[in-house]
Design a protein around this ligand. Sequence first.
Ligand code: SAM
Length: 241
Amino acid sequence: MPAPSYLFSRDLRSSIRLNYQHLAIKQLYPYSLHPSIPTDATNLHVADIGAGTAIWSIEVARQRPSAQITGFDISGDQFPRPEWLPPNLRLETHDAFATFPERHHGRYDVVNVRFFVTLLASDEMVRTVVRNLTQLLRPGGYLQWQDANPETARAIASDNSKPKSATEKLAMLMPRTLWNQCYLLGYQEVQAYVAEADSSQDVKKEEMKKANKMIQDLEDEFRGGASMEVEYFCIISQKGT
Ligand SMILES: C[S@@+](CC[C@H](N)C(=O)[O-])C[C@H]1O[C@@H](n2cnc3c(N)ncnc32)[C@H](O)[C@@H]1O
């Protein structure tokens, strides 16, 4: 299956957004690995899929210096320089929609995936990714998936007399990531992608004008008490032995 397009950017702002999201989700889930996952094996192998800036991988590598962590991403553009990584962390480029090289099969005690939902547009895509990730696990290994449930996205407001129509539009359009600042930054990135995908300069300008207006409206609404509400989940499942 070909890799779906990634709607977000991989520039400095986007890396800041990912690292901010990491800190924000820790308010919901204060652990990196769910406490039910046994992590006392002496030579624990952990894979992180769609590692981004590798902030989760780095944290786990530092918390468990005897574990071996491997982060995979289709692009290395947001990876830190290798000389700054903890010695027990390796980063590799790989498309999660393609089968992983055989040397990784059955190797990992834990496979982590986080904030990947925007890439999954069909059940077939979910099945492909889950199959590829399960292949990485040793028998009895654990898959941990943390994400937003896009179907639960909705606009809320502290005061119902205040406008929230742009927030409602965003909930319909981009029910994906987290917290209002991240929504704003993420929306800008998606809008830049949409404008870039179009060849005509006039359409590009028009799209950017619309995007800037939407961003301004969102900023105003958020300041007035509107907000996005989305449910997050952390699912763990164990591969059969
Ligand atoms: C929203 S970011 C999440 C980053 C990280 N998991 C985190 O929680 O901070 C999604 C990541 O998935 C990566 N990605 C996109 N398409 C991918 C693919 N086909 N295979 C592997 N990674 C992919 C992107 O490059 C990006 O780094």
